[in-house]
Write a protein that binds this ligand. Sequence first.
Ligand code: NAD
Length: 502
Amino acid sequence: MDTLQAGQTSAPETFNSVNPANSEVIATFPVFGQAEVNATVERAREAAAWWAGLDWKERQARLLAWKSHLTRYIGRLAELVHTETGKPLDDAKLEIVLAIVHIDWAAKNARRVLGPHRVRSGLTALNQASYVEYKPLGVIGVIGPWNYPVFTPMGSIGYALAAGNAVVFKPSEFTPAVGGWLVSSFAEIVPEKPVLQLITGAGTTGEALALSPVGKIAFTGSSPTARKVMAACAQNLTPMIAECGGKDALLVGPDANLDAAADAAAWGAVSNAGQTCVGVERVYVVDEVYHSFLEKLSERMAAVRAGDDREAGYGPMTMPAQLDVVEDHIADALARGGRAVIGGMQSIRRPYVDPVLLADVPEQSMAVQEETFGPTITVTKVSDLNEAVELANASRFALGSAVFAGNAKKAMAAARALRSGMTSINSVIAYATVPSLPFGGVGDSGFGRIHGADGLREFTRAKSITRQRMKPPLNLTTLGRSDKDMTRLLSLTTLLHGKRYR
Ligand code: NAD
């Protein structure tokens, strides 16, 4: 049978999922074309009506049962994540734990956030009782990446399901087995209707989903792909969320705990082989502590290596093509006068990349401007936290960021001034572990939010209702409206809103 290798864009009938550490084929999957995708969405539409018709408690019970199933089978799922992505087992378990925490929050908070509630009507509409509620959109198409094949798509899937939608999920062509496992596990808990379905394939299948009659697309992947998905969504005016790449900066102030900052920077740079949308790719550190910080970070990065054995800090690069990007960024940084403090071009041992710490890299370099998505980091000296914020913000990406500083007030001020969607102070990526906090980017990092109340509302439409409780004091929406009614309205408006403000 014809096979499609991960990443290939033509669409034969099947493709293989491959272990990136040893190139062994894990499983073969069908490539869904437009007709199969449309048929899947049609089935999902029927399932969505059933799922939305359950009451909040019934949906909550099923989602919590799914959460507990994932918790009990965490070892099995982590093994599959490890095999398909190459990441160490414990890292796989960590991302599954985070996904579990999010499903739990979405299930327990959906009714509070989305259910009908009364709002104030205001003096002009005193005779009205006003209500708002958030209705599901029907079918949500989720297009996922491979780097966190459980945590990332579940940020959309869990919240979309909790909001009462059905989901058609297209995992990355690099991690279809993990996607399949998630969908099958849900079907064990909710066997009645296909509320969560799997479609497999590469870009053409994703495009087919974006062109199908779904209520919304939740896309996670690179910024260039997001542009293509948006163009496809434009054809049917299908709304979308874009969770795209990042170039996250970590700022180190003069009073920072340098051990903690170096520890966080090293982990943020190399964990998951740097293939983390909110990984740390740039550090801006103030002059006074630059040398000590660099020394501490160097020690930590020098102590880690990539590999497939138990002692290795992290695994191989999942996607072979990304190795070329990482290589180009290191070469460009060195050619422009940057210095490799740890590692260098020799760190690339396909499919592995050992840690690379670059200093004195000009801001125009690819390693500072583009998403590297590898275990590399640049460290740049700045005069103060203000300059650090300025340089961190001079990027077309704005996803996450981190600030290390002893003075809480200054750290908060820097965090607020950073343009990114999320910032953690004195830690890295902490916001992703807090389910009530929205997650998403600005600029080339995308738009829309997953997680938290915003993440639930993202998969709904607001429905507003007024109920007239008594005759209006002023008869305004009638053909029998009098001049007296209008005079009274304008007097009331002047009284309420006419005061001068300076
Ligand atoms: P990618 O853009 O190559 O692919 C993402 C998904 O889009 C895959 O499922 C792919 O098959 C699909 N796709 C490709 N072409 C398509 C098209 N024309 N129409 C519809 N779908 C299409 O990204 P990737 O390599 O899988 O993931 C890595 C990227 O994802 C990085 O940039 C990373 O920063 C980003 N990411 C972002 C977040 C976040 O939450 N912001 C999380 C994880 C990863």
